[in-house]
Design a protein around this ligand. Sequence first.
Ligand code: DQA
Length: 152
Amino acid sequence: MSGEGSSSLVLLLSGPNLNLLGEREPDIYGTSTLADHVQTAASTADRYGLQVEHHQSNSEGVLVDHVHAARGRTAAIVINPGALSHYGWSLHDALAAFDGPVIELHLSNPDSREPWRRTSVVAPVSTGCISGFGGDGYRLAIEAVAQLLGRS
Ligand code: DQA
């Protein structure tokens, strides 16, 4: 239902602890805030005639509800699930029920960090993953969405 071309809306979802960006482990995640990254995504989207709707939550169920609400309404989802990337199976199942491109996004490169970060339960239901490029990943993720939606 939420197929490509049906909407110019992109859902940007941020998982647990991302509200602390700017203060949280700046050596790993940088000094930019989540609001800075949302602005990067929104201004990139604007270049392609897309709009970004952003939600952050520390609760898996709230994120699941946002994915459900995106069905039939938004063209694509960009999601940085935080640590839920590694064990959030209900998020996996919700994304599996979304009919449109899903971009998994990480500021850091989880594959180069602790072993428990090397599994992503979101990867099997994602179109692709952008990780390790810091805040620039938000621009890259929206550009990937624009490409996938045939807008670039
Ligand atoms: C993260 C990587 C995750 O492993 C971690 O739990 C986060 C942030 C990232 O953006 O690099 O919270 O998703």
